[in-house]
Design a binder for this molecule. Structure first.
Ligand code: ATP
Length: 206
């Protein structure tokens, strides 16, 4: 098995790369999906969040009222840290369980948008960063995603900077060309990852 933490800025092409890797046969663990599952209605995670933040963060049907919770933690680092202290260990535990359930020769790709921000690089055999210059990121977010330039800049500013992501990368996948070029790069990356996964457990001392 080889475990990959895949990240990139908003609009960099992360989801596209994840889809391509899945098409080659990677087992994908989506951190956003896992983060929703651990606070699903009736879960211990949701009970812990409600105990910390009050019933005001629950919707009438007992599910998590995300906008209400976002309102509470918005611009309040202490409350956000309290939320993360509940959710992050649960996400780590469930992600590890999903990874453990994959066949021994798998390439397991963890799709983790906030890998850099949350200091998670050490958890994977390899960190892959999908990289585009900020101008291209801005261009794709406005042209393809319908954001205003102001909105796009705000979303980008809320994330780690490009250099911070690149600093934790083992492999950089540039996405400045066409989608066909991206597919070729990802195919190359897949061959390396699959060879590594098939080679078995990593050598001692790694
Ligand atoms: P988010 O952080 O918002 O989830 P993302 O990093 O997952 O974004 P994608 O959704 O993969 O990014 O790509 C953003 C947009 O750019 C999409 O509309 C996608 O189709 C497009 N795109 C990705 N790569 C390319 C490319 N090489 N050329 C042109 N468009 C691209």
């Amino acid at each position: 098995m080889v475990t990959v933490g895949l990240t990139g800025g908003i609009g960099s092409g992360k989801s596209t790369v994840v889809r391509l890797l899945a098409g080659h046969g990677a087992v994908v663990v989506d951190a956003d999906v896992v983060a929703r599952e651990v606070v699903a209605p009736g879960s211990p995670g949701l009970a812990a969040v409600a105990a910390e933040f009050g019933a005001g963060v629950l919707a009438a049907d007992g599910s998590l009222d995300r906008p209400a919770l976002a309102e509470v933690v918005f611009n309040d680092p202490e409350r956000l840290a309290a939320l993360n202290a509940i959710v992050h260990p649960l996400v780590a535990e469930r992600s590890a369980a999903l990874q453990a359930a994959a066949p021994a020769d798998s390439v397991v790709v963890h799709d983790v948008p906030l890998l850099t921000e949350n200091g998670l690089a050490g958890r994977y055999d390899l960190v892959v960063v999908v990289d585009v210059p900020e101008e291209l990121q801005l261009d794709r977010l406005t042209r393809l995603r319908g954001m205003t330039p102001q909105e796009a800049r705000g979303r980008m500013a809320a994330q780690a900077e490009r250099g911070e992501r690149l600093a934790v990368a083992d492999v950089v996948v540039p996405n400045t060309g066409t989608t066909a070029e991206l597919a070729d790069r990802v195919a190359e990356l897949w061959h390396e990852l699959a060879a590594r996964a098939a080679a078995g457990p990593p050598a001692a001392g790694r």
